[in-house]
Design a protein around this ligand. Structure first.
Ligand code: PEP
Length: 255
């Protein structure tokens, strides 16, 4: 089996001012500056990227944005481009989060344009997919996620596909305290790998890291991360405090 480095990313969403971000990133840095066996990524709001860059610069902690526009520059009031993120030494960008899809109308086509633009700017996209509770209850969850993966990643060359990260985030588990069972998550992660194989090849399918997201916390992380196709976590609520985030990284460090 391929070795995939685990990745724990904190999605701070619309939380933390610049000075609060400085404090949180500083607390995380004190514990994890030397962490090299797990990739640690902080995704603060745009307004905190520069200060977080300053705090974690020179350590192994990476940081990312929560969204971007697909154009490089131009008359797009309120938007931020991949090149602007790269110029701050950003390495990652979360794309197609379910909150972007449901509140801001992001479609797979938009996510696809953004993913291509991110890769062209050497940013690593974390592409989010996941079904709603109604879709799962109607047993359409596999088809829904297949469509999201195929649409969001359409036309991306295998060499680029290998670089990106996918986050499987069942919408019903985000911020709700409900978590997919390790079996439900493993089933979907393995399925996503099979879709990647159909789209490209086995090497790509085995190389892409697939994170689980949805109320992941220290009390449930170990059993999720023990599953063979779960390569890390995209963490919302539990990333807003250093203690729980650091604990999650420590759990991911255990083999
Ligand atoms: C998220 O929004 O990406 C997320 C997983 O949130 P939470 O951990 O709070 O469910």
């Amino acid at each position: 089996m391929k070795h995939r480095k685990r990745i724990i990313a904190g999605n701070w969403k619309m939380n933390k001012t610049a000075s609060e971000s400085q404090t949180l990133a500083g607390e995380i840095k004190r514990e994890l500056a030397e962490c090299s066996d797990v990739e640690v990524v902080l995704c603060p709001p745009f307004t905190s990227l520069a200060i977080v860059a300053d705090v974690v610069g020179g350590t192994s902690i990476k940081f990312g944005a929560q969204n971007m526009h697909w154009e490089a520059s131009g008359a797009y009031t309120g938007e931020i481009s991949a090149y602007m993120l790269r110029s701050l030494y950003c390495h990652f960008v979360i794309l197609g989060h379910s909150e972007r899809r449901s509140y801001f109308g992001e479609t797979d086509e938009i996510v696809n344009k953004k993913a291509k633009a991110a890769l062209a700017a050497t940013l690593t996209p974390i592409v989010c997919v996941g079904e709603t509770i109604e879709e799962r209850q109607a047993e359409k969850h596999m088809q829904v996620v297949r469509t999201q993966v195929q649409g969001s990643l359409a036309g991306i060359a295998p060499a680029d596909l290998k670089k990106l990260v996918i986050a499987y985030e069942p919408v019903w588990a985000i911020g709700t305290g409900l978590t997919a069972s390790p079996e439900q998550a493993q089933e979907m992660h393995a399925f996503i790998r099979s879709v990647l194989k159909e789209m490209s090849n086995e090497d790509v399918a085995q190389s892409v890291r697939i994170q689980y997201g949805g109320s992941m916390k220290p009390s449930n992380a170990a059993e999720l991360l023990a599953k063979p196709d779960i390569d890390g976590g995209l963490i919302g609520g539990a990333s807003l405090e250093a203690k729980s985030f650091v604990e999650l990284v420590r759990i991911a460090q255990q083999k």
